[in-house]
Design a protein around this ligand. Structure first.
Ligand SMILES: C[S@@+](CC[C@H](N)C(=O)[O-])C[C@H]1O[C@@H](n2cnc3c(N)ncnc32)[C@H](O)[C@@H]1O
Length: 326
């Protein structure tokens, strides 16, 4: 049953115009304004010369960044607020600028929502693969610790990180001494290879280039991690993936799925419900799936001991393949 929502009048209407702050930050990030202002800061004139941007436009944008709290203005000098310094300076731990660049592409695609509503077809006009994959790294870097703490690793030796993208989770598994295979498309692996090399873990992670819907996954895995994959696919494809994973697992092995949390009404939490729109505009058949739906697929494809574990805005859903003697 849909839970009654609290009555929201004017504050709710104001929220609708929150596209303003979003666009301001995405544009500032696209021009790497926070990188340029780090340290002593700059005047609008100095920055506009550096960016070769229009002075009036630069001044208005900088003032609006001050208004929303990402910059500070001291006389004619603009400097980063600590929150911008912490998350929006490239190369810093916790950097989120890549995912913002990806959001900037998503902005273009979401602008086609009127059209998608009529046609039911995706409107994927913009995509920058490097920002997408590095953006996944920005997000996953904030939660590998919690995720690995929630995944039972006793007795696990060999792990498959299916659609592992940048390899953030692969690297976390490898740091625990596990033997990791990261499977993804070759264009993605070109990016993960660099990140893995920088971490010094290249000897511990095998990169398997391929399409997991059509190519062989290999065999003998004790754990298969499927993080943020299902939402891009139709139900029948998710079921096929689970069957394939089951065959690739050792007896007693586990599959662990991570997805945005969504309750059975499909309307809450907000982040999971709205992520369905992202999949509507970007994919032919994807959407957010509920914890109940994913658990039922695990059951249907022969997994046992199905359990769920919430992880901030996502949920881990795991199932075990029967052991030899079961
Ligand atoms: C949303 S990202 C998730 C990355 C990572 N698992 C994480 O949670 O951070 C989805 C990843 O799946 C990969 N992918 C999607 N479909 C695939 C397919 N059919 N075969 C191989 N990789 C695929 C994409 O290239 C991308 O790296």
């Amino acid at each position: 049953m849909t839970r009654p929502k609290p009555v929201r009048d004017l504050p709710w209407l104001r929220q609708i115009s929150s596209f303003g702050p979003s666009r301001i930050v995405l544009t500032a990030n696209n021009f790497r304004i926070f990188d340029h202002l780090e340290g002593r800061g700059k005047t609008a004139r100095a920055l506009s010369m550096l960016l070769q941007s229009d002075l009036r436009a630069t001044e208005i944008l900088l003032d609006s960044l001050v208004a929303i709290g990402l910059l500070r203005k001291e006389g004619v000098l603009y400097r980063n607020d600590p929150v911008a310094s912490r998350y929006l300076i490239s190369g810093k731990e916790g950097y989120q600028g890549d995912i913002l660049r990806h959001y900037s592409s998503l902005w273009d695609n979401w602008s086609g929502l009127d059209r998608v509503l009529k046609t039911g077809k995706p409107f994927r006009r913009a995509h920058d693969h490097a920002s997408f994959i590095l953006g996944m790294h920005n997000l996953a870097s904030l939660k590998t610790g919690k995720a690995l703490a929630a995944i039972p690793l006793m007795g696990v030796r060999k792990v498959l990180d299916l659609g592992g993208g940048p390899g953030t989770y692969s690297m976390a598994f490898a740091r625990r001494g596990l033997d990791v295979t990261l499977m993804d498309f070759p264009e993605t692996l070109a990016i993960s290879r660099k990140l893995i090399k920088e971490s010094g873990l290249q000897k511990k992670i095998r990169l398997l280039a391929g399409d997991f819907t059509t190519d062989d996954l290999g065999k003998g895995y004790d754990l298969i991690f499927i993080s943020q994959i299902f939402h891009a696919y139709a139900v029948k494809d998710c079921l096929a993936m689970l069957r394939k994973c089951r065959s690739a697992l050792t007896p007693g092995g586990r599959v662990v799925v991570q997805e945005f949390m969504l309750d059975e009404t499909r309307t809450a939490p907000v982040i999971g419900a709205l992520f369905s729109i992202n999949m509507l505009v970007n994919t032919a058949a994807g959407r957010s799936y509920t914890t109940g739906e994913i658990s039922s697929w695990l059951k249907k494809t022969g997994f046992i001991n199905i359990s769920t574990s919430p992880l901030d805005e996502t949920v881990l859903i795991s199932g075990r393949k029967k052991g030899r003697s079961e």
